[in-house]
Design a binder for this molecule. Structure first.
Ligand SMILES: CCCO[C@@H]1O[C@H](CO)[C@@H](O[C@@H]2O[C@H](CO)[C@H](O)[C@H](OCc3cn(Cc4cccc(C#CCN)c4)nn3)[C@H]2O)[C@H](O)[C@H]1NC(C)=O
Length: 133
């Protein structure tokens, strides 16, 4: 199931930094941030080869267990077997994901959350460290 953190109480303007390693045979991994597993401000899902997608980042929101409209990003800075860093911050309007190579993905804050309590990392990714600052 991967790593699940609850009650993290991260507020708008703060940043979460996740360092880890992509599995050598990775198909897909996801970083989820929200109020709970059923209410996600951000489902950040890099797909190496999954659901018919090859090297595409899929972002979405989940509200009351219902997926929103996907945002797809073709700039894909991840490599199987490599260490990587993903950092996420948000404000009332949007979620900002910073990736290696100074890539930034912006995703609308559809749930209007001002704080998040839930963070999970699932799939083919080994978390090395998580920092909140
Ligand atoms: C063309 C008409 C059909 O359209 C498709 O319809 C599918 C169903 O809605 C969407 O797929 C869903 O997309 C959603 C985001 O929107 C979600 O990612 C959701 O997965 C939730 C989920 C999370 N986890 C845990 C986990 C996470 C990451 C790694 C692993 C692993 C592993 C060991 N290799 C496990 N398991 N399931 C996915 O199923 C497709 O994108 C979409 N495709 C397009 C082009 O539109």
């Amino acid at each position: 199931k991967g790593l699940v953190l609850t009650h993290v109480n991260v507020k708008a303007g703060e940043r979460i930094r996740v360092k880890g390693k992509v599995a050598p045979d990775a198909k897909s991994f996801a970083l989820n941030l929200g109020r709970a597993g059923s209410d996600l401000l951000l489902h950040f899902n890099p797909r190496f080869d999954c659901h018919g997608d090859t090297r595409i980042i899929v972002c979405n929101s989940l509200s009351g267990g219902e997926w929103g409209e996907e945002l797809r990003e073709a700039e894909f800075p991840f490599q199987q077997g490599e260490e990587t860093k993903i950092s996420v911050a948000f404000n009332a309007q949007e979620v900002m994901v910073k990736l290696p190579g100074d890539q930034e993905i912006k995703f609308p804050n559809r749930l209007g959350l001002e704080a998040v309590q839930f963070l999970s990392v699932e799939g083919d990714f080994g978390v090395k460290s998580i920092k909140f600052d």
